[in-house]
Design a protein around this ligand. Structure first.
Ligand code: HXC
Length: 258
């Protein structure tokens, strides 16, 4: 595996990969190097057929405290436009392997936006989320105004984006930003267990289910339902559909990854 400066990549379990953000002195602030390394690592893992799910996490204290303010502060409009700052994160949204975000501590600004690029968001009870960009004279720039609004609705998204206030893990769960809240000392184990479960499923079904859920954000209900029905039909061309349904009838566990 490639050596990285700002992330650690591990394979903690069969079919599961773990990417840890690793800039502790800067509270895992997301500079351009992190963007390059994380998207490159996730893309490489996405191409690896032995990986069925990827967990992205930070430290106990911080998931990520946002884009790197020190790196950004003296940039001009011409520079950020020419370099299309943050467009590189789109590569993470193109990863087809299910992504599990395991969030403890701060997930602010770009940190919250990174968590929202993942498919299943698990929060420690120490987690806090927010889009404080407004306090810096800017606004979310990695998809926050769009993904947050779709995730939690206009009322809460406006509240967070216009006041910059933080919400704790329980409020985040209540408003649908995170799927589970767990005790901080079990966060990584819980996230890895979720990843193991997902990675054990039929790979084509997992890829297509992720695409179908994401399609709900991109299209009309009737188009989305047609897309879902057609990809459901397509699963009948897979070995995994035959195995999964035969296993049910034969009252045995399905063998998707022998
Ligand atoms: C660069 C950061 C940073 C950041 C923290 N640090 N957040 N460096 N970019 N986003 C650095 C601090 O400068 C400090 O470095 C060290 O990490 C520890 O931070 P402290 O502030 O001393 O820690 P603490 O008092 O515990 O406060 C934690 C915190 C606070 C509440 C998370 O750091 C904070 O408010 N950070 C900024 C959060 C934020 O505004 N994020 C949005 C960024 S903009 P030194 O060298 O002093 O020890 C963004 C935009 C996306 O994400 C798209 C925009 C276009």
């Amino acid at each position: 595996m490639t050596e990285h400066e700002t992330i650690l990549v591990e394979r903690p379990a069969d079919r599961v990969a773990l990417i840890r953000l690793n800039r502790p002195k800067a509270l895992n602030a997301l500079n351009l190097r992190v963007m390059a390394e994380l998207t490159e690592a996730a893309t490489a893992l996405d191409r690896d057929p032995s990986v069925g799910a990827i967990v992205i996490t930070g430290s106990d204290r911080t998931f990520a405290a946002g884009a790197d303010i020190k790196e950004m502060k003296d940039q001009s409009f011409d520079e950020v436009l020419a370099a299309d700052w943050f467009a590189g994160w789109d590569a993470l949204a193109r990863v087809r392997t299910p992504l599990v975000a395991a969030v403890a501590g701060y997930a602010l600004g770009g940190g919250c936006e990174l968590a929202m690029m993942c498919d299943i968001l698990v929060a420690a009870d120490t987690a806090s989320f927010g889009q404080p960009e407004i306090t810096l004279g800017v606004l979310p720039g990695m998809g926050g105004s769009q993904r947050l609004t779709r995730a939690i609705g206009k009322a809460k998204a406006m509240d967070l984006c216009l006041t910059g206030r933080r919400i704790d893990a329980h409020e985040a769960e209540r408003c649908g930003l995170v799927s589970r809240v767990v005790p901080a000392d079990t966060l990584l184990d819980e996230a890895l267990e979720i990843a193991r479960t997902v990675a054990g499923m039929a790979t084509p079904a997992a890829i297509l289910a992720k695409e179908a859920v994401n399609r709900a954000f991109e299209t009309t209900l009737s188009e989305g339902i047609l897309f879902e029905r057609r990809v459901f039909h397509a699963t009948f061309a897979t070995r995994e559909q035959k195995e999964g349904m035969a296993a049910f009838v034969e009252k045995r566990p399905a063998r998707f990854h022998d």
